[in-house]
Design a protein around this ligand. Sequence first.
Ligand SMILES: O=C(O)CCC(=O)C(=O)O
Ligand SMILES: [Fe+2]
Length: 288
Amino acid sequence: MSGKILVVDYQSPSAGKDLVQSLTHTGFAILKSVPVEQVLIDEVYTHWKAFFHSNQKFHYPFNPTTMDGFASTAVSEVAKGYDKKDLKEFFHYLEAGRCPDGLRGITSKFVQQLNPIAQQLLQWIENGLPADILNGLSEPLTGMITGSNNSKLRLIHYPPLTGDEPEGALRAAAHEDINLITLLPAATAEGLQVLSAECAWLDVGSDPGSIIINAGDMLAECTNGFIKSTTHRVVNPVGAAAREGRMSMPFFVHPRSEVRLSSRHTAQSYREERYNENGLVTNKMTVS
Ligand SMILES: O=C(O)CCC(=O)C(=O)O
Ligand SMILES: [Fe+2]
């Protein structure tokens, strides 16, 4: 256990059952022994860190239609219900989207290692659904992402704090993810917290090699709330740690656009509603 969040061994015969138990209790799980090369993770971090420290990033302004590219700290997200922008800059990598030439090879290789893991996790989740919820799905969860070109790897850089941050602004304000599930390889520093059922913020560790899994709103929507999406945030470091940047790279697993999630929503209508709320589409995308 890490706090109250279960550590699930991906190679264990009970991994599927353990994952569903953890997701239904906390909305989060920490996976270990996942078949992703640690050297590749390290390499992706190193190369993208250099990108965020170069002016090259300004050549890829965020495109609110395709949702790819670089969003600076000036245009970053405002979490639902907040009025302060998150203290972060990020790049959305989609397999069919823009990417600096020198980064495409390793980033695509990484995404290709994450995709089959996402398939396996969705299969395990599906195996753990009660019959009435399973029968209510418009198609199997694994099928929902087959052929999808909507999944995104979000490379995030949280710059060191300067002390001039607006009062109350956080690295990432409390939010739920929009997509089906998120695979979050260990970040380069602490700071991630999840809101427990008892409304307490629990630290989620960032042991290298582990991948944090959380359920998103689309999974809650299509399982009629059987699996809940979980509120999480990234808090600001204090003391010496405040002078260090932090990097993370959540992989947001999205269905094909036409997939029906519920009687109310397709994946596309759901996404449009939520993106309009978080300011990514409505912000004027001027990059400072
Ligand atoms: O940086 C992190 O650890 C989490 C980021 C996150 O939750 C998000 O971008 O949705
Ligand atoms: Fe998130």
